[in-house]
Design a protein around this ligand. Structure first.
Ligand SMILES: [Ca+2]
Ligand SMILES: [Ca+2]
Ligand SMILES: [Ca+2]
Length: 845
């Protein structure tokens, strides 16, 4: 990096001189801005702009955070109860937040309800850095003495291969955790969320306490790297920990314990992140890594530091067969304006239509190459169907050439979940099972079909429904009959890159339907999902086949004892069986759709699917909406979806009436949310319906055009929250595909391509394709089952850009563990197959 040159070869003296030079040449005080965070070029300090999340606890996106030279390097600044808190360790609730511009400080009140412990943290700008003070109004509760401390976490990937100095004692940050730990009796442990425990005690009631890597009163992190150097000083001892000894997603943590028996100001840190004078973030050139069809719009977006001015021109360079590079186009760069925290400009090279290999040059920056060619979309969905979906298949051994992705897991599926269970991952049970089974009784027949819903290994029924509906749509509209996978249900065996004469898409529809049918057949209705009972199983990283022991639970044996056929370990997954009309209708829609696709392929399953779809419909039809689940709001739309799919399958008018009664008010409420369903119905409806629908498509077109004013990408991106917006972008582009299909003079195919361009690299933060192994450069680090290896599964589509409050877009390629950015899920991937297949069809037209 060009800016680090000035620090090369720095020893202590040199560094001191340089810091002095920095201070005199760059006496810029850190100020609170209107977005309520501290800001100077090269450094932002956020103080609880984001809070800890009650559902997933510590997501490494809350508390005091540093955005250091454009990268979020530090998080989790707060009073914490462990040296290296894990995800489900208790998190403080923010009880107050006072932003005081006059004193240039932010104060937050923090409370641990579970141990009745309050503290206040005040962050104030001071000198070239910050003072962090912790106040207690009452002495530490006995339970947290020796445990409560102030922590600040640093992302390991930013500090790998760099050094630290603790009171001058040198060290280097470990690439892999191998520091000292000790065990303490479980009675000493502060209970994690609910009754759960991330630690597998395996018969020995204890827990692990990590020892510090180093300690001292002055800690300098990365003195060898101007972009990441941070100095922390305190009169209280500072300790440096490696959180990865306990959890692969742990960070490096600097920590001081709070003193017992004291009140008032109990801890002071001075924190000084180094700032490179006049630092400006390098422009990011954003374009489709997959390339462009000759006839489509081709617009690169240039993301600029707030202080940067766009250059006047950019060039498109063609790489010729003899290796020569020729400037094909030199064109204007036009300013777009500000979005979130950056300025944006655009470079339009649509006029270049000649097939070939190209790159963009902007000033002295060159992008990697990409093609312009008529077949750029042809293979874009292949890795997702060929590789990613097979790897997600539950209850199957999955092989790829010399590699076994996993053995056949969860042969011990599944037990009835117990009552009144507040589980993790959003699951819970109330005071009735809604089944004929007793708590922890075995429900037969569930060890078949289904997909791991995400980077974890549970079966989420709602996601299965979405996936099946996407797949059936792709099957019916696009006829994707690719066959590159052997899927053998009888042998529970999947072999990737090995055709078996059967279309893979149909085999996937069959695989998902097998599990849904098993649920309705054996339980009577679909269930919320099927998930492991223990938190120490849930964070499983490795072969899914070892998440349980694959042997059915036998209460007559002791834990970890086995007779070879059964086991005394209560690790079999639980079915969370609470019934809801939302899920019944949602599943009825998927089953009704699947029955069409499977007709002539697996007639038995096709017939079962339709029978159960009708049964679920009949059992809910006409009943008042008494649904109390958090999905109840969506019931209206799922009932409508079930009516539509049942009508398309059966042509029974009673379903058509239900659908047409519901669709118009739904379109009036939110056109974008249900227009896809309305358009899917189009071929099956009368002329009056088709004519009436046109007005809504016109309205939708207007909302499309509004998007071009909201962000430079012209897609529904940029929503704040804990999860990226690729799902919305894909779903929006699919709606445009259906709209173009029936109303081509209103909706141009460009909206479909625009959605894909965004996915393929024309998006904030970096320009990687969000689909692993699709496009010249793509995501190589994702939150899949192999995330601990900083790896990916080809064809996986990540959630994308998470916007951290108030204005920071992020998608990390150096740290897989932020699921809101990097977790690949079946809903998104199935929709992506539909969208990519649709774009290819549009090009061929
Ligand atoms: Ca899950
Ligand atoms: Ca096949
Ligand atoms: Ca078991």
């Amino acid at each position: 990096m060009k800016t680090t040159l000035m620090y090369r070869g720095s020893r202590a003296t040199g560094l001191f001189l340089l810091l002095l030079a920095t201070t005199t040449a760059f006496c810029q005080k850190v100020k609170l801005n209107d977005s309520e965070y501290f800001e100077i070029p090269g450094l932002n300090v956020l103080v609880f702009s984001s809070q800890y999340n009650g559902m997933f606890f510590d997501e490494k996106t809350a508390g005091i955070e540093l955005i250091h030279h454009g990268v979020r390097t530090s998080t989790g600044g707060a009073v914490r109860l462990q040296h290296t808190p894990e995800q489900w360790d208790l998190v403080p609730k923010m009880t107050s937040r006072k932003v005081d511009k006059a004193t240039n400080s932010i104060e937050v009140g923090l409370r641990y309800q579970e141990v009745d412990f309050d503290s206040r943290v005040v962050v104030s700008a001071k000198g070239n850095g910050f003072e962090i003070n912790v106040y207690l109004d009452k002495p530490l509760p006995a339970k947290v003495v020796g445990k409560a401390g102030f922590n600040l976490e640093f992302v390991p990937s930013a500090y790998f291969e760099k050094s630290y100095l603790a009171d001058g004692k040198p060290g280097t940050f470990p690439l892999y955790p191998a520091s000292n730990t000790k065990t303490e009796p479980l009675s000493e442990k502060i209970q994690q969320f609910g009754i759960h425990n991330t630690f597998e005690e395996r018969g020995k009631p204890e827990f692990i306490v990590p020892a510090p890597l180093t300690s001292g009163k002055t800690m300098v992190l990365a003195p060898d790297d101007a972009e990441h150097m941070v100095r922390i000083q305190s009169e209280t001892e500072l300790m440096l920990f490696d959180g990865r000894n306990l959890a692969q997603n742990g960070w490096f943590i600097v920590r001081s314990l709070l003193p017992a028996g004291k009140t008032g100001k109990v801890l002071t840190w001075y924190l000084e992140p180094n700032v490179i004078p006049n630092w400006k973030r390098a422009p990011v050139l954003e374009f489709s890594q997959v390339g462009y069809n000759p006839g489509q719009e081709k617009v690169a977006v240039i993301e600029l530091d707030q202080a940067d001015q766009a250059l006047k021109t950019a060039s498109l360079i063609q790489v010729m067969a003899d290796g020569k590079q020729i400037e094909k186009l030199k064109g204007p760069v036009t300013n777009w304006g500000k979005f979130l925290r950056y300025n944006y400009a655009k470079f339009d090279f649509s006029s270049v239509k000649e097939p070939g290999i190209y790159f963009i040059q902007y000033g002295d920056q060159k992008t990697n190459i990409f093609p312009i060619s008529a077949d750029v979309y042809e293979k874009t969905w292949h890795p997702t169907l060929d590789v990613w979906f097979p790897v997600q298949m539950d209850h199957m051994t999955v092989n790829e050439a010399y590699r076994v992705w996993h053995g056949a897991p969860f042969k011990d599926d599944a037990l009835q979940a117990p009552l009144n269970q507040q589980h993790f991952d959003g699951y819970s049970m109330g005071d009735k099972t809604d089944t004929k089974y007793k708590p922890l009784e075995r429900i037969p027949g569930l060890g078949v079909g289904g997909w791991f819903d995400a980077g974890d290994f549970d079966i989420q029924t709602g996601s299965h429904n979405t996936t099946i509906l996407n797949f059936v749509d792709a099957w019916e509209k696009l006829k994707l009959n690719r066959d590159e996978t052997r899927i053998d249900q009888g042998r529970q065996y999947v072999d990737i890159h090995r055709p078996d004469g059967k279309p893979d898409l149909l085999q996937q529809i069959e695989h998902g339907t097998l599990n849904l049918v098993a649920q309705v057949k054996n339980i009577g209705h679909p269930v919320r999902g099927i998930i492991v009972p223990n938190l120490h199983q849930y964070h499983h990283l490795g072969d899914a086949n070892t998440e349980t022991d694959n042997l059915p639970y036998n209460p007559n044996l002791k834990p970890y004892e086995s007779d070879g056929k059964s086991s005394g370990t209560l690790d079999d997954r639980w079915a969370f069986t609470t019934r809801s009309a939302f899920l019944d209708y949602n599943t009825a829609a998927a089953l009704a759709a699947a029955s069409r696709a499977l007709n002539g392929f697996n007639d038995t399953l096709s017939t079962q699917a339709l029978t159960y779809a009708k049964k679920l419909w009949d059992e809910n039809d006409g009943k008042p909406n008494t649904d109390t689940s958090r999905f109840a709001l969506f019931r209206r739309n799922t009932e409508m979806a079930a009516a539509l799919q049942l009508y398309i399958t059966t042509k029974d008018d009673r379903y058509a009436k239900k659908f047409t009664d519901a669709i118009w008010p739904a379109l009036d409420r939110n056109v974008g949310q249900v227009l896809t369903a309305a358009l899917q119905a189009y071929p099956f409806m009368n002329k009056a319906y088709q004519t009436k629908l046109k007005d809504y498509v016109v309205k939708f077109k207007a909302s499309n055009d509004e998007l071009t004013k909201q962000n430079p990408y012209g897609v529904p991106a940029g929503t704040r929250g804990g999860w990226g917006s690729n799902q919305q972008v894909i779903s929006w582009a699919i709606t445009n595909y259906h709209a173009n299909r029936h109303f081509p003079d209103i909706i141009s195919p460009e909206y479909v391509f625009r959605g894909l361009n965004y996915l393929f690299g024309c998006h904030p933060y970096h320009n990687l394709s969000f689909v692993s192994a699709v496009g010249t450069r793509s995501k190589k680090i994702t939150y899949g089952s192999n995330r601990a290896d900083f790896s990916y599964i080809a064809g996986g589509v990540v959630p994308g850009i998470m916007v951290l409050k108030p204005d920071f877009p992020e998608n990390r390629e150096d740290w897989p563990f932020l699921w809101g950015e990097n977790e690949v899920i079946i809903d998104i991937c199935s929709a992506y197959i539909m969208l990519a297949g649709a774009a290819n069809e549009l090009v061929k037209k």
